[in-house]
Design a protein around this ligand. Structure first.
Ligand SMILES: Cc1ncc(COP(=O)(O)O)c(C=O)c1O
Length: 371
């Protein structure tokens, strides 16, 4: 088969020093994964599921939820998670990507307006692109720019943001955003992917920490990060759940998650309230990183972040790859985020802190960074 037509774009990637490769884990200290609480690393779900040896969980669901793939455990779990997150209802999707795509592509209609933070995740943007509504971004976390967009909006209005931003680690000013939404009659959609399990006394997320659950039209919690599993839930009203079951194509036209996956998600949520120590240690690591001086490179910038995602901007694909290489050589798994994933000049180290990282490991990382 002739596939030479693929070459041109691949060569462009190589010329920009931005060619992506899949790497296998090689035992370095994890400053990269989204396993914030160590649920995967410490095999907490495997151990907890072993307590239920009398139970048998199927590894296949045999169909989409509207056909053969629906079962009692998934519906019970949706109800349990809705209670945990203080929502009326929830609907489980196969991934966070599917959830965002399925929500944004089907709810806003032609003539409506979607206003989204410029740094919103690709899954939100792809859902917006599939919608027939008009869409505008507002400058990252910029309330004045958001209000300007709200003033010009027509039809039913949706405001989309992440609570914790995946590539910057900072948080959205959700209280102020919710006030603006109320003022302009807009429907607030919050992606809690990186807040789930980490933010809030029991890991409920930023919305509940700020008591804004009643102000949200929809919330998305993903299970591939601190939850240590796979999948996502969209939380909202009973009516929204019914609507998604009827119109959300990534829900309707995909085989449901199997029982084994849903049982694991449920176990992880049962663990959250007992992970106070993990969250407290994580906070200590975050404070230490934020207060540490990072000396090398006059054009480096450490971003302000009170979450496990810590960013050092090192402009240029070559320089940032060099620093990531030095960290890797020291046995620390830190990855460079390159252009075009982030804008040119904003290339960065994305350092992810975990409850299982020791203070010594963090000091070693800071030492390599010249702190
Ligand atoms: C903010 C945000 N939303 C959604 C997703 C997609 O979630 P999933 O990995 O479960 O598809 C991600 C994953 O990177 C994310 O960072």
């Amino acid at each position: 088969m002739n596939d030479e037509f693929l070459l041109k774009k691949l060569q462009e990637r190589q010329e920009h020093n931005a060619f992506r490769r899949l790497l296998l884990p090689d035992g370095k200290t994890d400053f990269c994964s989204n396993d914030y609480l160590g649920i995967v690393r410490n095999q907490l779900l495997e151990n907890k599921l072993c307590e239920h040896t009398q139970l048998f969980f199927k590894h296949g669901s045999t169909g989409s939820r509207l056909l053969a793939g629906n079962y009692a455990l998934v519906e019970e779990t949706e109800k349990k998670l809705a209670v945990f997150h203080e929502a009326e209802a929830g609907l489980i999707f196969n991934s966070g990507y599917d959830a965002n795509l399925g929500l944004l592509s089907c709810v806003p209609q032609r003539g409506d307006t979607i206003i989204y933070d410029y740094l919103s995740h690709a899954s939100l943007r792809d859902g917006i692109r599939l919608s027939f509504a008009q869409s505008f971004s507002f400058r990252h976390n910029d309330l004045a720019d958001l209000e300007k967009r709200l003033q010009a909006a027509t039809g039913t209005i949706f405001v989309v943001t992440e609570s914790v931003f995946s590539m910057d680690g900072d948080m959205a000013p959700l209280i102020d955003i919710s006030v603006l939404c109320e003022q302009y009659g807009a429907h607030l959609i919050v992606d809690e992917a990186h807040a789930t399990g980490v933010v809030g006394a029991n890991g409920e997320g930023l919305v509940q920490q700020l008591n804004l659950q009643a102000k949200c039209f929809a919330r998305v919690h993903t299970f591939g990060k601190a939850v240590g599993c796979h999948g996502a839930i969209i939380l909202g009203s009973d009516r929204l759940r019914n609507y998604l079951v009827n119109f959300s194509r990534s829900f309707i036209y995909s085989t449901a998650l199997p029982e084994a996956s849903v049982a694991a998600i449920r176990c992880a949520y049962e663990l959250f309230p007992f992970m106070q120590e993990e969250r407290a240690h994580l906070q200590q690591l975050i404070n230490t990183f934020q207060h540490a001086p990072i000396a090398i490179g006059s054009n480096w910038e450490k971003l302000v972040s009170f979450t496990p995602i810590q960013i050092v901007v090192i402009p240029g694909n070559d320089p940032v790859k060099k620093v990531a290489g030095a960290l890797q050589a020291a046995g620390l798994d830190v990855r460079a985020i390159l252009y075009p994933t982030v804008p040119a000049g904003k290339e960065r180290l994305r350092i992810v802190l975990h409850a299982f990282n020791s203070m010594q490991e963090l000091h070693k990382l800071l030492w390599v960074l010249g702190g």
